[in-house]
Design a binder for this molecule. Structure first.
Ligand SMILES: *[C@@H]1O[C@H](CO)[C@@H](O)[C@H](O)[C@H]1NC(C)=O
Ligand SMILES: *[C@@H]1O[C@H](CO)[C@@H](O)[C@H](O)[C@H]1NC(C)=O
Ligand SMILES: *[C@@H]1O[C@H](CO)[C@@H](O)[C@H](O)[C@H]1NC(C)=O
Ligand SMILES: *[C@@H]1O[C@H](CO)[C@@H](O)[C@H](O)[C@H]1NC(C)=O
Ligand SMILES: *[C@@H]1O[C@H](CO)[C@@H](O)[C@H](O)[C@H]1NC(C)=O
Length: 309
């Protein structure tokens, strides 16, 4: 009963529409395949198998929220080479029938294409170093700045063949936690729409030297007259500056200094320092430091006691 009633209502509604518009008004289907080619021409296609003819199209061009341009177009292309390069726009294309019935609009977002003669090369404006880090900043020719959406910054540790990519939308970057005394190459590349890259601009820099942190005692053993200290230094990944020696300032029944030369390698194995000629059953105060090309580390202070006779 209910569905029969609905059918009657629908029939009445259709008759009413037909009476208002006279003969069979139709609304064109949404356009498809909207694109912008490399020459800044917007194009689209009428819906396939549309029984309703389109007389013309309305094209609105929005920049942010504002309608900047409206065109009435009788073909399916519109030249947009007057729009600024690389800017993002919202295009709204509405088909209109000969009876002035609007079809459903199609909204298309796009950035204006990157011109063939665009210069995406960045120029490095500043490279400065602070606190085991580097600040890079760069510039671009101003008419192409809008074309660089993001930048890829390449951090290449040339001593370790270790490459890291960092992305930023700013035109400068602070890079932290670099390795002292390491040879770096920093590259900056401008990206258009993420996939299209400009050429890389590279600057090389050897990071300043930093002293080692206070030596860490890995193990200790004592006899009546001697003490062996095994010391772990910062690894090459923490500090690449060459280590020259371990210094021990010994204070106790006798005072003396020991300088243990270090044959530094990339492995940077623990170093053992032997203190001999000590008195049995005595307490010694040891001041341990390491010396690298940047200077002397902070000290590690230890009290040790030799065994009784
Ligand atoms: C247009 O789009 C339709 C459906 O998305 C697709 O089948 C057709 O191949 C496209 N035509 C062209 C010329 O790209
Ligand atoms: C763009 O313009 C150039 C030069 O007029 C032409 O050779 C090229 O075919 C055009 N590209 C397209 C997609 O129409
Ligand atoms: C491209 O831009 C860079 C950075 O501003 C500039 O150094 C370079 O000279 C420009 N190249 C050309 C061909 O204009
Ligand atoms: C050991 O070296 C320190 C400086 O590193 C110095 O002040 C001290 O006098 C030296 N001690 C001896 C016994 O030579
Ligand atoms: C340990 O040695 C360093 C370097 O020689 C020195 O600056 C520091 O004052 C010494 N510390 C103590 C507690 O002796």
């Amino acid at each position: 009963m209910v569905s029969q009633f609905l059918r009657v209502v629908l029939l009445v509604a259709c008759v009413a529409v037909a009476q208002i518009y006279g003969d069979d008004p139709c609304s064109p289907l949404t356009v498809q395949n909207v694109s912008i080619d490399e020459n800044s021409t917007l194009s689209w296609e009428p819906a396939a198998d549309d029984s309703c003819t389109t007389d013309h199209y309305l094209v609105h061009i929005h920049n942010l929220e504002i309608v900047e341009y409206t065109y009435i177009v009788r073909t399916t292309t519109l030249a947009l080479d007057f729009l600024p390069v690389c800017q993002p726009y919202r295009f709204i294309i509405t088909p209109i029938s000969p009876d002035n019935v609007q079809g459903v609009e199609r909204i298309h977002f796009a950035r204006m294409p990157l011109p063939l003669d665009a210069n995406l090369t960045v120029g490095l404006a500043m490279v400065s170093e602070q606190n085991q880090g580097v600040t890079l900043s760069w510039v671009m020719a101003s008419q192409w700045e809008d074309c660089a959406q993001r930048f890829r910054v390449i951090i290449d540790d040339e001593d370790d063949n270790n490459l890291v990519d960092v992305y930023t939308s700013e035109m400068s970057i602070d890079i932290y936690n670099l390795i002292p005394c390491t040879h770096y190459a920093f590259g900056v590349v401008a990206l258009y729409n993420v996939v299209l890259e400009g050429p890389v601009t590279v600057v090389r820099r050897t990071l300043n030297g930093y002293v080692q942190s206070a030596p860490r005692l890995a193990s200790i053993s004592a006899t009546t007259t001697s003490v062996d200290l095994t010391v772990q230094l910062n690894t090459v990944i923490q500090n690449r500056c060459t280590v020259n020696s371990i210094e021990v300032d010994v204070k106790g029944a006798t005072n003396f200094n020991v300088s243990e030369p270090v044959d530094d390698t990339d492995a940077r194995e623990p170093v053992t320092v032997s203190l001999t000629g000590l008195q049995a059953g005595s307490i010694y105060l040891l001041n341990l430091t390491s010396v690298n090309t940047a200077g002397q580390s902070a000290p590690t202070i230890l009290a040790v006691q030799t065994a009784n006779n």
